[in-house]
Unconditional design. Sequence first.
Length: 201
Amino acid sequence: MIRSSGMKGIKLGSVLSLAILLVLGGHRAEALPGDTVEAVTAWIAAHPTLQPGIGDGLTVRKSDTAAERFTFEARVLPPGQIGFPTDRSIIRSERISFYDMINGVTPNRLTESLRIIYGPAIYQDYERATLVYAYPSPETVDLARRQNRPLLAAQQGQLLLGDRFAYWLEVTQTDSGKAYNGHITIFLREDLDKLETELRD
């Protein structure tokens, strides 16, 4: 199972080698999915971890080298296949993603970034969340092995439902078994069914 609880053995340097999460403190989330675009934009601009960075107000991109990238993106759309926003004034999902050819990307690294950016309340909601769907299925893994097609099972992810929000965690494995990119997305609970249907299909 991809999910891994607890912070034992995790060092800050392995969480973000880009040195963009050095301000740990007790920073609390003040703008989340369901809040207005204006509130989220202001929160991003004032957040010690997210700013300064290159972005358009709702997107932050940071990079130390071409081999290491961090992106934070707040969207008025739910995660998954792109559709038309029902309300352009409300944020429906926020995504944290990494690309790291040097240190790799692990589930622990993604969940620790969730804790650092949003604070303990959201992190605890994630930790207590119920697993709704995990992929690839055992059948897909077996098919990939038998047909020597590792890419069939390369994407490994989970959907979880917390009391406050839903969460989508995904890493993409390489042929060597190491993941160099991944993301964790926090989004509105009401959008879970849509994403689960898309992933199952």
